[in-house]
Ligand binder design. Sequence first.
Ligand code: ADP
Length: 387
Amino acid sequence: MEQVVDFFRQLTGSSDWPPRWYCGNWTDFHGWLYIISDLTIWLAYMAIPMILIRFIFIKKGVPLAKVFWLFGAFILLCGLTHLVDAIMFWLPVYRINALVRFLTAVVSILTVFALIRYFNEAVGLRTSKEYDHELSFRLMAMQELTRSNKELQQFAYIASHDLQSPLKTIANYLTLLENKHGVHLDADARRLIGVSTAAAERMRDLINDLLSFSRVGSEIAFTLVNLQDLVDEVLEEQQSEIQSTRATIDVGPLPTVMGHQTDLKQVFQNLISNGLKYHRTDVVPVVTIRSMEEPHQYRFAISDNGIGIDRQYFDRVFQIFQRLHGRNHYSGTGIGLATCKKVVDIYGGQIWIDSIVGSGSTFYFTIPKVIKTVHQYAQTDSLHSLN
Ligand code: ADP
């Protein structure tokens, strides 16, 4: 212990030994070869950590950064041992030399442990060649997906248009039949006409909803959308439903967000109309629309005091054509919530439900303040700044 205290007390002392030049028989050539080599190694060992630090700062999110820092410290200390070795030709600071070597030994051992610990992770990291390979594969997959998506959208659009025209003819002729010959037909025949007309109307609704579903996300030019105005517009369009159910709609202050008017309108339209539609018999519907600002997104909540949804169906209702109730009880196509989810997914938000059967439901969804769709990544971001 005494030796340790003594060691640190005289750490910078050099009087106990002769300078290295006078220790043994050095020729000038031999001595300077030693010194110049040591100094060169020290300079190189200084430069390597600087380059590593610059690399870590430029290449943000570099994997295993801690190992880089440790490796930098290890190289720096190795360099210092060479510097001290060179200095000792004039100044025999053997204690400092020992201390620097001790520190180097500790950091070396830590580096060895870190390298062993992270070896498998490092092996798992992909090389830029592997990344290039994967990227080109993903690009191809994306192109294929975009193409088939476009095709599907076109198919839905054309099919809907082409289906609409014969459907209109059927509906018109049914009306004509009823108007022209209704008086001559018996009650059963008139009932059949009524069922056929209702089926034609239902098909029209299905076609329209499918068309809206397929159109979601087709617009890539985002603008500022004032949600207060948008919800007013939706409520205006649903006036007859609101009046017939004597519903109360309570709208809190809503923000202006970046997005696409038609997409966002679909979300509010479907959630509000569901809130009105799935009300309990003899209970006047109350629909509440609220928004909350969070650091990176807006959170919206649309609540009703309706029939509620059983927890086991919370995910299922967002799938297309999934309905929990028969057509005789509540009209609908089973496309509304799937459309909401499609919009929210494309915008990078989330949608979920909180509900108690017989008491009411709340649909939550989030819209990020900065929306990054695939199209926008392609337009604005380089792959290196994704994180
Ligand atoms: P649709 O209303 O046309 O049937 P949606 O996709 O909008 O289709 O809804 C899917 C199903 O989820 C509905 O059939 C209904 O059973 C259930 N649902 C949706 N919204 C509510 C709600 N606010 N309260 C209770 N059930 C709901």
